[in-house]
Structures are given as structure tokens and as C-alpha cells.
Design a protein around this ligand. Structure first.
Ligand SMILES: [Zn+2]
Length: 236
């Protein structure tokens, strides 16, 4: 479960009237989902990536408990989009296949709530860390193979549950993921190197030297169970 205690979180639907939003509230360990606007023909906000997003706020509350403001708030929201997307891919639903859109099943006017491959396309989000360069990823013109979603998810989860704290900023998140990648795959691993390139591609830090291990296989190694740290009073 969300808190590693086997307890399910209640989910409330038809919340409010024509509400185009969904929430997680740690004080009730519950989620609330609006129906969306009937005028705009939205579907209810219960799409799997959105539901995974809300549940992941509970995971964050139970681990790093990132404060919901400034950079730690951005990391809190990012974590929910990351794991919401991983949930969608993991489910393998042929009628809602995995993709890097958030909320593409809600019949939004522009087709989605957010898109992770090009965050700035929504007209509100930034694609790169530097405020001077947010014209799409990669911001440094780099091009490289990823390490696969499973390994990326393992690294992010370990960073979230082991190294990030309530006040972590983006720089700390970079450090945490590099440490998590070292823990899981080795300090000289290609995985850790690719993580550093991914951060550099969004204008955060510079890439580590290439350890020269070639392309990593996309299968993650089994990892330790997450640390339980129920933290009441977290942010929604
Ligand atoms: Zn959220």
C-alpha cells in the first residue's frame, strides 16, 4: 500500500460540482476526484495516470514528505507525475496504454493536463531548470539512450524514500538520484552516468565522465523494501 502497511486509501468520487481536479489529503489518508466539466465534455478525473499521481502524493507524504511550496513542492508534484506515468505503463491497459502525457483520457481541450516529454508545451510548465532556457528537452542539445523506466523508477523511489527530505531542492534531488543510482547499480555504473546526463539535459549540473560501460540493460536489480515512515500532517 501507499504507506507499506497494507492499508488501502479511501477514494471519493463526484467531489464538488464540475470539479476539474483531484486531490490527495494525508490528514484523512484519502483521495478525492472531481467529475470534470460536463460543458467541456471532460471525463471524471479518475483516469489511471491521475489516480496514480494522487496515490503517489501519499507515497511522498510517507517518505520524503516534500514541503508543498517552492522547489520541494515542484519535486512533490514531479514525483506524482513520474510514478503516475509508471503506473500507467505498468498496468499495460490496451485501452489506455502508457505514455508521457498526464490526463490524456480526460478529453481536455488541448488533449492533456501535462506532458512530460515537453513540459513547456502546456503553456505553463517549464521544461528546463534554468529560467533562461525552457524551450523543450533536452535543453543542452544532448541526445542519448535512457536506462529504461523500471530502473529509472527504482532510482527515483530510492532517492525519495532514502535521501530526500521535506526541504530538498532540485540540486539535492540530483545528488540523491546519483547516490541512489550508485547504491543500486554501482558508483561507476552506466546507469549513474545516464542519470547525470538526464539532469544535465534539463539544465541541472553537468554530466559525469563516461565510465565507458556501454548501454545498460533495462532490467532493474531487486531492491530493498522501502522504508516505512508514516508522516501525518503532510501536504495534499
Ligand atoms: Zn499533484
Amino acid at each position: 500500500g501507499i504507506r507499506n502497511d497494507g492499508r488501502g486509501a479511501p477514494a471519493y468520487v463526484h467531489v464538488d460540482n464540475q470539479l476539474l481536479n483531484a486531490f490527495y489529503d494525508d490528514s484523512c489518508f484519502c483521495m478525492s476526484f472531481g467529475d470534470g466539466s460536463s460543458q467541456n465534455g471532460n471525463t471524471p478525473l479518475t483516469a489511471l495516470d491521475v489516480a496514480g499521481h494522487e496515490m503517489s502524493h501519499g507515497v511522498t507524504a510517507a517518505t520524503a514528505n516534500l514541503n508543498y511550496s517552492g522547489e520541494s513542492g515542484g519535486l512533490n508534484e514531479a514525483t506524482s507525475d513520474i510514478f503516475g506515468t509508471m503506473v500507467e505503463f505498468y498496468a499495460g491497459n490496451t485501452t489506455d496504454p502508457g505514455d508521457y502525457y498526464i490526463g490524456e483520457k480526460l478529453r481536455m481541450g488541448n488533449g492533456y493536463l501535462r506532458r512530460m516529454d515537453n513540459p513547456a508545451a502546456d503553456g505553463n510548465s517549464l521544461s528546463c531548470y534554468s529560467s533562461r532556457a525552457h524551450n523543450g528537452t533536452p535543453c543542452n542539445g544532448d541526445s542519448f539512450n535512457g536506462i529504461g523506466r523500471d530502473k529509472a523508477a527504482q532510482i527515483w523511489y530510492r532517492a525519495l524514500s532514502t535521501y530526500l527530505t521535506s526541504t530538498s531542492n532540485y540540486s539535492a534531488a540530483r545528488t540523491a538520484t546519483l547516490q541512489a543510482a550508485a547504491d543500486l547499480y554501482g558508483a561507476n555504473s552506466q546507469e549513474r552516468y545516464i542519470v547525470s546526463k538526464a539532469w544535465a539535459a534539463v539544465s541541472l549540473g553537468t554530466a559525469l565522465p563516461d565510465p565507458g560501460n556501454g548501454n545498460p540493460s533495462p532490467s532493474p536489480t531487486p531492491t530493498s523494501s522501502p522504508t516505512g515512515n508514516p508522516n501525518p500532517g503532510g501536504n495534499a
